[in-house]
Design a binder for this molecule. Sequence first.
Ligand SMILES: Cc1ncc(COP(=O)(O)O)c(C=O)c1O
Length: 508
Amino acid sequence: MPNKKLRPQKRRRRSIIAFEMVRLDRTAKEPLHEQLYRQIRDELKAGRLSDGSSRVPSSRALAVDRGISRSTVRLALSKLHAEGYLRSKPGSGTFVATLLPESFLTADQPKGYQPIQRPARISDRAKAIPDGRVGNQFDLGATGAGPGVSLVASIPAVDEFPIAIWERLRAQVLTKKGVNLLRYSSNRGDIDLRKAFAAYLCDFRAARCHPDQIVIVAGMQQAMLISAMAVLNPGETAWIEDPCYQQTRRVLTLAGVKIIPKPIDEHGIVIARSRKEPLPRMIYVTPSHQFPLGVTMSFQRRTELLDFARAHNTFIFEDDYDAEFRFVGPPLPSLQGIDNANRVIYAGTVSKILCPSLRLGYIVAPEQLIDSFVKIRSAMDQHSSPIEQATLARFITEGFFLSHIKRMRKFYAERRDFFIKQFNELLGDHFTLQVPEAGLNIVAWLKREEDFQMIKRITSEIGVRPSALSFFCIQAKLKPAFVFGFAAWTLTQIRESLVKLASALELR
Ligand SMILES: Cc1ncc(COP(=O)(O)O)c(C=O)c1O
């Protein structure tokens, strides 16, 4: 006899419907099974439960739950079965039918139901967000990259994320801290994580900060939103880079900020302004590696920017989203590290280093802003998951963070070199690559501007999906180009994608 204990236990799948709204009246003339049948049928007809994957409780469970006999429940359920409201899946249970009888018999439409014809009144705030997506387009997230598409900009190699280590550390912190990780927690963020980030940033980015200046946030976007809400009143001005990360524009619009796009030259953001132009209260920049052009802000422009901020009582928002991935030359220190006047709001994210789904990042706040930032975070969503924060703290303090960065830098360098070589060989007749010193994207300028629409169409048809540079432009009139990502695909996939694009361009 095989040992029963060793046999894998078949897990009983539980019902996901409870029929909580059913009310049975024992004093009514209508029999209980009729009441049960009618009320369940009405709930199903109302369309609240009809998605075909809704499991119905067993007759035993329903009988116990409602305090009635099993035969009463069976009578009601068998009638619903017979009329096509329920269907059985052998071995799995009873489910709501995918197509209810009402789909065929529309004569029985409940009276008085009028679909709403008037468009909903939407706030100006929501309408102003420059985002043309609708419906399931949001399911692909802000990058718009669905499965099977390649060479999309800004996507890290998430399949290299050390899941086993993460899971082990997560289990360890849960065992150690237990229910403390299940409560509401600090609005500033986990203290161990703040300490770990402070040490990392001072060492790695030459930042000057202590753990109490750090606010843990749900990624760079939230860092921008909190900062904009803390330092700008609605209608006040922020400068942003043009072209710019599309989410920056959306976030600052959401904060009610007046955006002034500033061009980029070979040193970084252009600071010059006309006398009529209002002074900015905040300047958003990506100095380590401008998104999407890839320019590293020169030392001269950094000091000019800091001087400007000091002279005009302006804050600089430094988005250091992928400073870790620098492939050429020594890293420049962060702006925050050379700021002597508390003008820089420095923010980072683990979206590129680890993975974007963690939604974790940090702000290093100038002392005078810390409490306002935390107050806004508290009013917004209180804090990020304490479990993930504690796991990340441990991941950093046990050395996994640094070793992952080192490993990924080597790994990306190999993909980058391969991409550049293959691209020039296969597509050199169509594009000129502008190779940046850092980052996970590369801009490819068209050799023949008139090819732009044709290449845009082809890339969307064949699933090799660089972004058109114009997508990131606000007023900038740049020559046509595409922004390619290389980081998330293997050498074979990079080669296949480039061959596919080159062949499609030959055949057009
Ligand atoms: C310029 C820039 N900042 C920040 C991010 C990432 O932000 P988050 O932390 O919200 O994922 C990206 C992602 O592509 C980016 O391009």
